[in-house]
Design a protein around this ligand. Structure first.
Ligand SMILES: [Zn+2]
Length: 476
């Protein structure tokens, strides 16, 4: 028998009279079930050892565990305040769990959340992401419900792979169909674009659209938004094709027959989402029978990876307030804050503006923080990751909004100060987006270091996320 010191104490849970826990020996983790009865362990692949059953952390066993412990099966959260953790590494969930517990445990967690783009760069599949989140939530002793966000989906194939894996929350991103030209196009050009839309896909016509919305007023607490023809036509020219695409993806999801909820995200577009555009997008989705649980507009100012908000906080506060009010009037649905990591100044503002009807979406910040473990325990490897991230930066930066300056990064710092490169914004951003190449090149060494220092990793992640979640917790 193994010594009891192998038991990861936070993982011990009892359900339906059976104990489940995780053990770790060296780098190998094992699920242990305190039963050998066929009706309990039959769904798992593993071995009976004495009066326990021991199962390796495989994909099939993760699925069996989700069935045995139903709180680990992804569920819909509706309008409850929620947060997405976007762990690219598959090992940070215990830290996320610790942070959630530390702030009261009321915020609903989406541990499994990764965009298709990032899955590709991390060498993961939708199913890997879900399974890693299951093991992490179990290891951390999370007893609440969990979500699972198939993030930034662009195609039917993306949807199918995530449906198959067991996701329940779908972030539909029609960004390839947003037309930024409409931001500054002439009224005549906008009208031309709007008339040329796929009106069958919108089950409407140009004239019907204008007849519905022209002169329409949305009463908000701080005044009204009146929809004039010029704004309506420009909103259509910009977002009409994106609406067609969103509806096509939505209908595809409905046709799968699964129970689901969805978010519409236009946060990766070039220009901030104007109030009239928000009204048109969400009113049209509602008219077509698709009611998102959350909407991610592009807010004013700069939401860059891994660093504080860039811009005028007073303007952002007003932007949050107007979008939040529209969401209350037309929904209610939640506002979703993307690229939400490290934007500490914005959290109290959006939590208050939405009165807690909010989803915080972070991605990648756990990877950046996990690099602190590498900086402290394997400086040679950290320098290799940094050099590679600098070398690959021009490729890595392509799909992200970044303003870092490679010229400002000092690489000739002593080992004791390497950690600080994850605090200084230029190096933090370069490392933040360097995950793809780094994980491809140094995967085994990185994971070995994280596993050797697992408690420290969990503590770093927990402290980092407590700072994110605390401003929201009182509205949860
Ligand atoms: Zn996003």
């Amino acid at each position: 028998m193994l010594s009891s010191s192998a038991v990861l104490p936070g993982s011990v849970v009892e359900h339906a009279g059976v104990s489940y826990w995780m053990e770790r020996v060296g780098v190998v983790k094992t699920l242990v079930i305190g039963s050998t009865q066929a009706d309990v362990v039959g769904a798992f692949a593993g071995d009976t050892v004495g009066d326990t059953f021991r199962a390796p952390l495989t994909a099939d066993n993760a699925l069996a565990l989700r069935r045995a412990l139903p709180n680990l099966t992804p569920t819909k959260f509706g309008l409850a305040m929620s947060a997405g953790f976007g762990d690219r590494l598959g090992i940070c969930t215990p830290g996320h769990v610790a942070a959630l517990k530390a702030v009261g445990g009321k915020i609903k967690p989406v541990f499994a959340q990764q965009s298709i783009r990032e899955m590709g760069r991390c060498g993961r599949t939708a199913r890997n992401v879900l399974d890693d989140a299951t093991w992490g939530a179990f290891q951390g002793g999370w007893g609440g419900s969990v979500g699972a966000d198939a993030d930034h989906l662009h195609t039917f194939a993306d949807i199918d792979s995530c449906v198959e894996a067991g996701y329940i929350f779908f972030t539909l991103d029609p960004n390839d169909h947003v037309n930024p030209e409409a931001e500054h196009a002439t009224p005549a050009r906008c009208e031309h674009m709007a008339r040329a839309l796929d009106w069958a896909g919108l089950e409407s016509s140009y004239d019907e659209f204008l007849a519905t919305y022209s002169g329409h007023t949305i009463e908000l607490e701080d005044g009204a938004i009146t929809l004039d023809d010029a704004s309506l036509i420009r909103a259509l020219a910009k977002y009409g094709d994106a609406l067609v695409q969103t509806m096509a993806m939505y209908r595809h999801l409905v046709a799968t027959g699964i129970d689901f909820e969805f978010e519409m995200a236009v946060d990766e577009t070039d220009y901030p989402t104007k109030p009239a555009e928000h009204v048109v997008i969400m009113s049209e989705l509602k008219r077509l029978g698709a009611q998102p649980v959350s909407f991610a507009p592009r807010f004013v100012g700069g939401f860059e990876k891994g660093i504080e908000y860039i811009g005028d906080l007073a303007a952002l506060k007003r932007d949050f307030e107007v979008h939040a009010e529209i969401a209350r009037v037309l929904g209610p649905y939640k506002l979703s804050l993307h690229s939400g990591s490290d934007k500490y100044s914005t959290y109290p503002l959006i939590a208050e503006a939405t009165r807690g009807l909010v989803h915080l979406k972070t991605a990648g910040t756990s990877w950046a923080e996990a690099l602190r473990v590498i900086a402290r325990h394997d400086p040679v490897l950290f320098r290799e990751v940094l050099d590679l991230s600098i070398k690959e930066f021009d490729t890595n930066r392509k799909s992200y909004h970044l303003s870092c300056d490679l010229g400002k990064i000092r690489t000739d710092v002593p080992d004791a100060d390497l950690d600080n490169l994850l605090t200084l914004i230029d190096s933090r951003q370069v490392l933040h987006v360097g995950y793809g190449a780094a994980l491809t090149t140094y995967r085994d060494r990185l994971y070995a270091c994280w596993l050797d220092n697992e408690d420290e990793l969990n503590e770093i992640i927990a402290q980092h996320f407590i700072k994110h979640l605390e401003p929201f917790a009182r509205w949860a």
